[in-house]
Write a protein that binds this ligand. Structure first.
Ligand SMILES: [Zn+2]
Length: 310
């Protein structure tokens, strides 16, 4: 009888094990400078294994409060991040800066509202989050499973209008938040921690990976990248991919958007279809980017289409 019980327990354990681990985030913060942390996302597309955690999250600890950069893809993810932060410091999480409205950066907002964190987001992006959030949440749930999005809600929140640049003091730690309108998105926020000279730039910069441009104004975005390169920083945290210390690494993003934009403009001017371009194979230089193929196939037709109606 005892033996049967053990077998039964083992069977139950075996069957409950996968569902237990599959919705668990294994997050490891990297301290890029004293009291400045980054949790790197999986530099991949959203899938069933990464639970949507593909973008980078940051947090900065001051003497009297903490600021988080980006909410991540879900309530579950945000809960894991908050748990980690609480294990490092008991100070309140005063601010959450959401760099833009895309799901992988914003869907954890509802978790932060529960702990009364002030949400800082460009007004245009907060509107997009509310307008398209539920549709996007349904799409993602059916793509990778709704267990990953347990308790995730698209909440309207008290929106505090801001004058950018915004200066914050976390206690012996000054932060500047700047707004870059109509670049990669309608309103990307970038965060600078002055003490460590670290710049969090959201998806204005992608590390090693093909940048996504569905809501982009590429002309402005290119200018913003030049500005970011000229700025004074020692450490730059892109929205996706590894920590950047060399200015040349920012050019990777510029090179891609310049090329895809030029290709789309020429195609639309000459009546060439995306399919005709695809038939020539992937251009050589873009092969060095992660997710080059997926991004190229997805974004080029969208851009050609956009220029046809311009
Ligand atoms: Zn992103």
């Amino acid at each position: 009888m005892k033996f049967l019980n053990i077998i039964l327990i083992l069977i139950l354990y075996f069957y409950s094990y996968p569902s237990f681990t599959s919705n668990y985030f294994d997050l490891i913060p990297i301290e890029v400078s004293k009291n400045v942390y980054v949790i790197l996302g999986d530099n991949n597309d959203i899938n069933k294994n990464n639970g949507g955690a593909i973008s980078n999250t940051g947090f900065i600890v001051g003497d009297n409060g903490i600021l988080v950069i980006d909410a991540g893809p879900s309530y579950l993810y945000a809960s894991s991040v908050i748990e980690i932060i609480n294990s490092y410091s008991k100070l309140p999480i005063k601010y959450l800066v959401v760099t833009h409205h895309h799901a992988d950066h914003s869907f954890g907002i509802s978790r932060y509202l529960e702990i009364n964190t002030e949400i800082i987001m460009a007004e245009a992006e907060a509107k997009r989050y509310l307008k398209y959030g539920n549709r996007s949440l349904r799409q993602l749930s059916s793509l990778i499973g709704e267990e990953w999005f347990l308790n995730t809600k698209i909440n309207s929140f008290q929106y505090k209008e801001k004058e950018y640049p915004v200066n914050l003091d976390l206690g012996a730690r000054n932060i500047i938040i700047e707004l870059y309108e109509e670049g990669h998105s309608d309103g990307d926020l970038i965060v600078k921690d002055l003490s460590s000279n670290t710049l969090f730039v959201g998806d204005l910069v992608f590390g090693q990976r093909a940048p996504t441009s569905p809501h982009a104004n590429i002309y402005n975005w290119k200018n913003y990248l030049d500005e970011i390169i000229k700025k004074d920083w020692d450490i730059l945290i892109p929205g996706h991919g590894n920590i950047i210390k060399n200015k040349e690494d920012v050019l990777q993003t510029k090179k891609w958007i310049t090329f895809i934009d030029k290709t789309a403009k020429e195609a639309s001017a000459n009546g060439i279809s995306a399919l005709e371009i695809f038939n020539k194979g992937l251009p050589n230089f873009i092969k060095e980017y992660k997710l080059a193929k997926e991004t190229w196939y997805r974004d080029l037709p969208l851009l050609i289409n956009k220029y046809e109606f311009d």
